[in-house]
Design a protein around this ligand. Structure first.
Ligand code: PLP
Length: 423
């Protein structure tokens, strides 16, 4: 029962260093967030010890009376948060949730149609090397390469051509609201099952800031750790009892063995917190922050340098910076921002002229900084720091000082002492 720092000082050092990195830098990876202390505690708990194959009340192991309570709470809270009739909270990750969805609603060899990976789709929506591209006949629709906008007429034309078994809506990099009613109409027209992967936007959906896919989709999957701000994990929702049964058997035993009960407990806590007014306020600051950043980057001093914003703005928690006309490529821009302690990721843009490891874009997200407490004033300063950093001859040392001042003004995990104990 010795502490980590004594048992394994090397790993303890990693935890300490990572805590300092998170505290001292500005985290703007669109898919990341900071979980509350309550979620860290639930996840770092004795529930990690428990095997619980099966579902609450129907387990293949004894001693599940308490983990059953945790899983039932997670299920009920997920259902109530998103207004769904059925929820499965066992997927270990977004990708495993998606694998279970696909195995529940399609057969190997069936045609599937999702947003192209290089236009902002996800690996699990049909990428060649992923299970989705290997097991199914994957087709893709794309955005308008000039505007970056998804046009429903294009989706419809592609769906009529492909006649997919599954139509997929959802993305990893897109900055506008999706029209789920239009996706539903297209799915009905071609006789497809509509699956929405709301991983990125589930926090916005929970807060009522993005239309909910739940009334329209046959099945909805999500991660818990992006805008929703919970533990790293996935979950699945549906209103259809037959699909719900297939989802359950395709998660366990179809895809997984024992569920991660410590993570399921942390999901329950995250779903509870996501129903609060504080959470809604945070999501509002998230979207507003992204809009402030987009407004700053479309100003003339940036567009003159070839730095632009795909779709001209954003409705969500991220901004897609378009560097196709800039001398700066995605890799260089990511490295420059890293040098002033702002963490973002480079991202391919539609019809990207540069190779995938370099790219001509950046994906910049605001959820983690909104969780730290940032509001309009701080997001305006971050936007200015980003814009100045991307200009030739920027004073990077001075910009780094400004970024650090913002981080210091919003302390993270106060009372958490390295590596894992609270004072
Ligand atoms: N679905 C979408 C739309 C995503 O953006 C992601 C992650 O980036 C996933 C699924 C996969 O989630 P995970 O990384 O937990 O497997």
């Amino acid at each position: 029962l010795s502490p980590l720092s004594e048992v394994d000082p090397e790993i303890a050092a990693v935890l300490g260093q990572e805590l300092e990195r998170q505290r001292n830098t500005l985290e703007m990876i669109a898919s990341e967030n900071f979980v509350p202390r309550a979620v860290l505690e639930a996840q770092g708990s004795v529930l990690t010890n428990k095997y619980a194959e099966g579902y609450p009340g129907r387990r293949y192991y004894g001693g599940c009376e308490f983990v059953d309570i945790a899983e039932r709470l997670a299920i009920e809270r997920a259902k109530s948060l998103f207004g769904a009739a059925y929820a499965n909270v066992q997927p270990h990750s977004g990708a495993s949730a998606n694998a279970a969805v696909m195995s529940a609603i399609a057969q190997p060899g069936d045609r599937i149609l999702g947003l192209s990976l290089d236009h902002g789709g996800h690996l699990t929506h049909g990428m060649r090397l992923n299970f989705s591209g290997k097991l199914y006949e994957a087709h893709a629709y794309g955005v308008n390469e000039q505007t970056g906008l998804l046009e429903m007429e294009t989706v419809r034309a592609k769906a009529i051509e492909v006649q997919p078994k599954v139509l997929i809506a959802g993305w990893s990099a897109y900055s506008r609201t999706l029209d789920f009613a239009a996706f539903r109409a297209i799915a009905d027209e071609v006789g497809a099952i509509l699956w929405v992967d709301m991983a990125h936007i589930s926090g916005l959906v929970a807060a009522g800031l993005h239309p909910s896919p739940v009334p329209y989709a046959d099945v909805v999957s999500s991660t818990v750790h992006k805008t929703l701000g919970g533990p790293r994990a996935g979950f699945i929702l549906t209103n259809n009892v037959d699909i719900a049964k297939k989802i359950n058997s395709n998660v366990f035993p179809g895809q997984q063995g024992g569920p991660l009960m410590h993570v399921i407990a942390a999901k329950a806590t995250a779903f509870m917190l996501a129903a609060s007014d504080e959470f809604k306020d945070r999501q509002q600051r998230t979207v507003r922050g992204a809009q402030i950043l987009a407004e700053r980057l479309v100003q003339k001093d940036m567009t003159d340098l070839g730095v632009d914003v795909l779709t001209g703005g954003t409705d969500v928690h991220l901004v897609l910076v378009d560097l196709r006309k800039s001398e700066l490529n995605g890799q260089e821009a990511e490295d420059l921002l890293h040098s002033v302690d702002i963490t973002v990721n480079r991202n391919a843009v539609p019809a990207d002229p540069r190779p995938p490891m370099v790219t001509s874009g950046l994906r910049i997200g605001t959820p983690a900084l909104a969780t730290r407490g940032f509001a309009d004033a701080e997001f305006t300063e971050v936007a200015d720091i980003i814009a100045e950093t991307l200009k030739p001859g920027a004073d990077l040392a001075a910009l780094k000082v400004r970024a650090r001042a913002l981080a210091d003004a919003f302390p993270l995990y106060e009372g958490l002492e390295s590596p894992g104990s609270w004072s």
